[in-house]
Write a new protein. Structure first.
Lengths: 258, 256
């Protein structure tokens, strides 16, 4: 009898949590928190960065309360599909492969991907140059896709977070790494740890893997939300708010070509 | 898949797999070879660590069981440390932690060993399993029946001979069931490998999930691989016990 009551209460509690999660005046945003300067976590747990600012600004324009949900990168799309949150604002590139699973808004920024290696590494950033070299990328990124396609001879090393990639590049376990050039500049090359390193070659040309810039992802059935978010991005770009947020983090405009 | 009709059937399967099945099994089958490579990596590192750790644990267990005046305390500290902290933390400490120090990176050990995730894993796993194995071997040594030792002494065997002929064989036999658990735990713990860039079974599963943005195909396939491996290992140990512990089985088809 007691057990039955307990089980019943537990189930009721679970339902209550389930119900609390789908309030209409909330926008639950999936963010990463390990990708400075786009998103990172302060020691006290506060989330900061360009993506986070963008999320708050968008919520404000949609008149919704922002609920930031942290999610490991390689589970980001599955978590969106499992309705743990309603949109992803985490520097996610708009690619054909991802479009099979989710829908995207218009882009909110676009920066090229580049290789990073030791200064004067003694090899070139080409398929031939990277043959047999240890090349690090973050798992489940556009860079994993590009690395597999463009440098088939390289020994690919996969990491859960971009921070770990830089850690192993700095310690010498990797010969090179491929990632977003802006993030690499701000999150590694501009810091003490990255002072011996530099970009290897210019931005890679691979629209198939890299997509057409970063956008917010939503579930395919949420087209109304997608359009509202796209409109918010347009407004933010056109009324000058974008410039303020951009300049807080970056010396150049990261929106790319219009 | 040579004839056209076969190909149509395969396309039909692919269609079902992608659109209707909750699990995209065709995608898994397409990449199953990677899972087998992952299984080899998992088994290779687990087996090598168990071997090194097993050999290491024997002298440690003896020193602990006989309370060696010099080594007993340090070995206790060692086993307490490795049994008292999570394997994941130990692995991070060696892999990411050591790499922070320049003197480590400049040492002769860096290039051939410490810069390689594979060796870091083998070192940590060996030390970890040695700690667990040493403690239950110690228990088994201490529980050796007094009579067996007295009988051996009465036959005129030296201490050394008693150890190698009586105590250790008897200890290994009695510790075997506990050791099969340690082997299975070690296999399960080996998933830590995927967090330090090694493509073990789980690593391949995470790669598959990441490559195609899936939620659980990679995990379920990895799970099945682990289940099959555990099945084979526990079967193997059952046979081994059958053979080694034959004298402890009740007689069935003979009258006493």
């Amino acid at each position: 009898m007691k057990l039955k009551k307990f089980v019943g209460m537990t189930i009721a509690t679970l339902f209550m949590f389930g119900a609390a999660n789908v309030q209409a005046d909330q926008l639950r945003v999936g963010v990463e928190g390990a990708y400075p300067p786009f998103s990172w976590k302060e020691a006290d747990g506060t989330l900061m960065g360009f993506d986070i600012d963008f999320a708050h600004e968008v919520c404000k324009r949609l008149n919704k309360e922002c609920v930031l949900v942290e999610q490991e990168w390689d589970g980001m799309i599955p978590a969106l599909l499992a309705k743990k949150f309603d949109t992803i604002i985490a520097s996610m590139s708009i690619t054909e492969e991802r479009k099979k699973k989710v829908d995207f808004t218009i882009k909110y920024y676009n920066t090229p991907a580049k290789l990073v290696a030791k200064k004067n590494p003694g090899f070139e950033g080409t398929a031939a140059g990277l043959k047999g070299k240890r090349l690090g990328v973050q798992r489940a990124t556009t860079h994993q896709c590009s690395a597999e396609k463009l440098y088939p001879g390289a020994e690919l090393v996969l990491y859960a977070t971009q921070e770990e990639v830089f850690q192993d590049l700095a310690s010498g376990r990797l010969d090179a790494q491929l990632s977003d050039s802006l993030q690499a500049q701000e999150g590694f090359l501009g810091l003490d740890a990255g002072s011996d390193f530099a970009f290897l070659g210019s931005g890679i040309d691979d629209v198939e893997c890299q997509g057409v810039g970063a956008g917010f992802a939503v579930r395919k059935e949420d087209s109304a939300l997608r359009d509202a978010l796209s409109q918010a991005i347009k407004d933010i770009r056109s009324d000058g708010t974008y410039k303020v947020m951009n300049n807080k983090y970056f010396p150049v405009d990261i929106y790319g070509a219009d | 898949m040579a004839s056209p009709s076969d190909r149509t059937f395969w396309e039909y399967l692919t269609h079902i797999s992608e659109n209707q099945s909750p699990l995209d099994f065709v995608l898994v089958i397409d990449h199953i070879d990677k899972f087998f490579y992952g299984a080899i990596v998992t088994l290779e590192i687990t087996a090598l660590s168990l071997l090194i750790g097993g050999i290491l644990s024997i002298p440690l267990a003896i020193a602990r069981a006989y309370k060696h005046p010099l080594f007993n305390r340090p070995i206790w500290c060692y086993t307490y440390f490795f049994r008292g902290t999570p394997l994941l933390v130990q692995t991070y400490l060696i892999y990411y932690g050591l790499a922070q120090f320049d003197f480590v990176k400049e040492s002769f050990l860096w290039d051939p060993i410490l810069s390689k995730a594979w060796w870091c894993a083998v070192i940590v796993f060996s030390l970890n399993t040695a700690a667990y194995t040493a403690e239950f071997l110690r228990g088994a040594i201490e529980n050796t029946p007094r009579g067996e030792i007295e009988a051996a002494r009465a036959c005129g065997m030296s201490h050394k001979r008693v150890m190698f002929r009586i105590i250790l064989p008897s200890t290994f036999r009695r510790a075997l069931p506990a050791y099969s658990n340690e082997v299975i735990f070690m296999l399960h713990s080996s998933v830590v490998l995927s967090t330090i860039t090694i493509q073990d079974i789980l690593g391949v599963g995470r790669w598959l999930n990441g490559r195609y943005y899936l939620a659980y195909e990679g995990f379920i396939t990895a799970m099945m691989f682990y289940m099959i491996l555990v099945f084979i290992i526990s079967r193997g140990f059952r046979l081994w016990e059958h053979y080694w512990l034959a004298h402890l089985r009740p007689r069935t088809n003979q009258h006493a």
